[in-house]
Structures are given as structure tokens and as C-alpha cells.
Design a protein around this ligand. Structure first.
Ligand code: NAD
Length: 429
């Protein structure tokens, strides 16, 4: 930050509202306080157990050497290996990675899969790097973390700006050091390298499963229900496709290039084809253009933020018209905005529940790799549905019992599950 231009008081307030670590801390503290747990247990899970910083020298294509900074944070391994993605972005910070790692612990506990929480990041701009530079950076990152990651200790996955190819390089580098093939060190791999059927669609499909349960909870018929999506990438487009197959009307969608709306419903098969061809939804025939931010305020029954964090803040929360918000993205709603939505009676399915389909099928991938036995897509989807529906009802029961929102209930359930394991294990081995 430029110290010559200090932030004014409101700016400082806004900056705090948008700080992911601050949001993660507030969410944790609110839920933990309601559980009335012994504070010594909470100390164990309040902070990450391990944060590793690595400096990665990489030879660039022009022959120069650049040193990149990388992080890997393990928030908790109490319930199993740390699990969480690796993001490549110029704005990655240790604090952000710490917040994301904590959310992974709670997400895995909410769906009851035997993982803790982790996250990684490298400060870099992949849009300005060649494939060869990215490969060398990835291999260096893995080599430096060879004692940190592993199928039994910490299992990475894709996140922002990393993909199946990145995971393939990670698997290969780890295997070179192990002197044998280790597919289960990483998930989100290509199918040919031990990936799972259904993984690509898993997060959007999980959103569908929890939206169905939420709709039943408020007596909303999904047939004809109006849905708006912010973000039409992997999560948003799959959720839109599956919800429209359930009879919902997709009345608005947006991506980084702009938004589109049609109150009578967008033609989904045509939109999916259009966005695949044009790499955007903007300009889709039979729709009117709408500002990317205003999309959140369109009249609808179900809103699915599936793009970025901090999209619903104290500034626009009161203008949201949806009855259900399903958080496909991580952290799209700030703590302040959440309070406003709650007061207004909007049912928010929190990110740690709504988008947990991705990590659930990552868990299936890890299981299949370790078994060396692969499941058909139908089996993956059926198992995913059981887990998501059960998790939704576990959270809803907690919410009803304690008269709290689904978000507070999801955190309470997750923290309780982690603390129960700490107590059974006799503090922490
Ligand atoms: P993606 O890159 O496939 O898609 C992101 C979409 O958001 C794109 O359509 C992009 O154009 C849009 N977008 C970016 N900036 C925007 C802006 N300013 N306004 C409107 N749209 C914008 O990513 P994804 O995998 O679909 O992930 C989306 C969100 O879901 C992220 O927050 C991610 O962390 C979260 N998430 C993803 C998974 C997964 O399995 N893919 C799992 C859990 C959570």
C-alpha cells in the first residue's frame, strides 16, 4: 500500500469487509461462540497448523531467471490429509491462502469426507507466461514441497488459473521423486492419468442437488422457477444446464465480458453452444444486454454467484431480489452482506455447502486412485447426490435447532465435527 495516501475511514471499513481472512475469522468466531466449546480446542483449529513459503527460481524462455513466491498452507489434518487447490495469480497472498485453507477444512467436514483443509498459491501471471515457463514453475513448486504434499498428507487440486494439465505435471514430478507412479497425490487430473468420471461437472451438479433441497424447504417449485447466474464457467454453466433440465427458467447470466437477460427464459442448449463458440455469453441472440454487476439484482427466485469472491456486499445486498442464493463461488458474500440477506429472509446456501460437490468428487478420485478401480459416471453422480442431500439436511437440522442461518449452522456443524475428532484422538497427534 502507498503510505503517502492513507485510506480514509470508510475505505478502511470496506477494505476490512472485503478481506477474506477477516471474513473467515468472523464466520468461525460466530459459529464457535454458539457451540460453547472449550476454548483450548478452538485454539487448535483457529490458526493453520503449517504454512510453507517457497522461493522458486525458474528459467524464462528468454534465458533470464525469475524467482517466484509460492505458498502451501495446511489449515488442519485432524480429519485426514489436507485437501485444497493451488491458484496461480498475481494477487495471491499468504493471508488469502490461509483463509481459503480454513474454508477447505470446514467444507470437507460439512460433507463428512475424511480430509482436512489446505490451499496453495503462486504469485505469478499465467496470462503472460508460456506453457514451458508454467511447466517449469509447477515442477519447481512440487519439488520444493515434496516433503509437504503426498496422498497421505496433503492432496492438491486445481483452482484459479490451474487446470488438468497443471495437475498432470504435479503428479509426474511427485512420481519422479517417489520412483513410482503416484496418481493419488493430486486430484482434478485428466481421465487418462487417474482422473474421475464426473469431476468436471461435480461442483455444478452439487449446486443442483442443494438447490433442489432448498427449494423444497421454502415451498418453491423448481419447474418455472427463475434462475440468474453470475459467472458462466465450469460451475455456472453446468448448474444452469442441469437446473434448466429440471424445468427452471434461466433468466439471466453473465461472465467477465458482460451479462444477458430474458425474463421469459434463455434457450439453454443454444446458449451453451454459443458460449462454447464465442467464449462469452455476451451478445447471445434473443437476450438483452445487462451490466455484469446489475445481474445480481435482477428479479429472480434463485441467484447463483459462480464467479468471484466479494460480489454481494453491504452496498448491494438489500437490492437482491432472489429467495434463494446458492454460493457456487467461494466467498461471494461478505459477512456484512450476509446479515442483511438473513434479515430480509433470503435463504443463503453457503459456499462451504453449496460448492462442496467439487471436493467430494475429488475425494472419489483419490479413493479410486488408491483402489486402482474406477467407477462409472452414474455411480459417481449417485454417490455425490447422497452426500450432498445428507449434508444439506444435517445443516438444515442444525439451523432449525439453534435458530440460525444455514451459514452459521454449516460452520457450527463443521467445527463440531472437527472438535469431536480432536477429542476422540486425545487432543492431536
Ligand atoms: P471458471 O474460470 O470456469 O469460470 C469463472 C466464470 O466467472 C467465467 O465465466 C468468468 O468469465 C466469470 N467471471 C470472472 N470475473 C467476472 C466478473 N467480474 N463478473 C462476472 N463474471 C466474471 O471458474 P469455475 O471453476 O467455474 O469457478 C467459479 C467459482 O467457483 C470460483 O470462485 C471457484 O473458486 C469456485 N469453485 C469452483 C469449483 C470447481 O470445481 N470448479 C469448486 C468449488 C468452488
Amino acid at each position: 500500500m502507498d503510505t503517502a495516501t492513507p485510506l480514509s475511514a470508510p475505505d478502511l471499513g470496506t477494505q476490512r469487509e472485503l478481506d477474506p481472512l477477516e471474513n473467515a475469522r468472523l464466520q468461525f468466531e460466530e459459529a464457535a461462540a454458539r457451540l460453547k466449546l472449550d476454548s483450548s480446542f478452538l485454539q487448535i483449529i483457529k490458526e493453520p497448523r503449517r504454512a510453507t513459503i517457497v522461493k522458486l527460481p525458474v528459467q524464462m524462455d528468454d534465458g533470464t531467471m525469475r524467482v517466484f513466491t509460492g505458498y502451501r498452507v495446511q489449515h488442519s489434518i485432524i480429519r485426514g490429509p489436507a485437501k485444497g487447490g493451488i491458484r496461480y495469480h498475481p494477487d495471491v497472498t499468504l493471508e488469502e491462502v490461509m483463509a481459503l485453507a480454513a474454508w477447505m477444512t470446514w467444507k470437507c467436514a460439512v460433507v463428512g469426507i475424511p480430509f482436512g483443509g489446505g490451499k496453495g498459491g503462486v504469485v505469478c501471471d499465467p496470462s503472460k507466461m508460456s506453457r514451458g515457463e508454467l511447466e517449469r514453475l509447477t515442477r519447481r513448486y512440487v519439488a520444493d514441497l515434496i516433503d509437504v504434499i503426498g496422498p497421505e498428507s496433503d492432496v492438491p487440486a486445481p483452482d484459479v488459473n490451474t487446470n488438468e494439465q497443471t495437475m498432470a505435471w504435479i503428479m509426474d514430478t511427485f512420481s519422479m521423486h517417489a520412483r513410482h507412479t503416484v496418481t493419488s497425490v493430486v486430484t482434478g487430473k485428466p481421465l487418462a492419468l487417474g482422473g474421475s468420471a464426473g469431476r468436471r461437472e461435480a461442483t455444478g451438479r452439487g449446486v443442483l442437488f442443494v438447490v433442489r433441497e432448498a427449494a423444497k424447504r421454502i415451498g418453491l417449485n423448481l419447474k418455472g422457477a427463475r434462475v440468474v447466474l453470475q459467472g458462466f464457467g465450469n460451475v455456472g454453466s453446468v448448474a444452469a444446464d442441469l437446473l434448466s433440465k429440471d424445468g427452471a427458467l434461466i433468466v439471466g447470466a453473465s461472465d467477465v465480458q458482460g451479462g444477458i437477460a430474458n425474463p421469459n427464459g434463455l434457450d439453454m442448449p443454444a446458449l451453451l453452444k454459443y458460449s462454447a463458440e464465442h467464449k462469452t455469453v455476451a451478445g447471445f441472440p434473443g437476450s438483452s444486454p445487462i451490466d455484469g454487476k446489475k445481474i445480481l439484482e435482477l428479479p429472480c427466485d434463485i441467484l447463483i454467484p459462480a464467479a468471484l469472491e466479494n460480489q454481494i456486499t453491504h452496498v448491494n445486498a438489500s437490492r437482491i431480489q432472489a429467495r434463494i442464493i446458492a454460493e457456487g463461488a467461494n466467498g461471494p458474500t461478505t459477512h456484512q452482506a450476509d446479515k442483511i440477506l438473513n434479515k430480509a429472509g433470503v435463504l443463503v446456501i453457503p459456499d462451504i455447502l453449496a460448492n462442496s460437490g467439487g471436493v467430494t468428487v475429488s475425494y472419489f478420485e483419490w479413493v479410486q486412485d488408491r483402489q486402482g478401480l474406477f467407477w462409472r459416471e452414474q455411480e459417481v453422480n449417485e454417490r455425490l447426490e447422497h452426500i450432498m442431500v445428507d449434508a444439506f439436511h444435517d445443516v438444515a437440522r442444525m439451523a432449525d435447532e439453534h435458530k440460525v442461518s444455514l451459514r452459521v449452522a454449516a460452520f457450527m456443524l463443521a467445527i463440531k465435527r472437527v472438535v469431536d475428532v480432536i477429542m476422540l484422538r486425545g487432543v492431536y497427534a
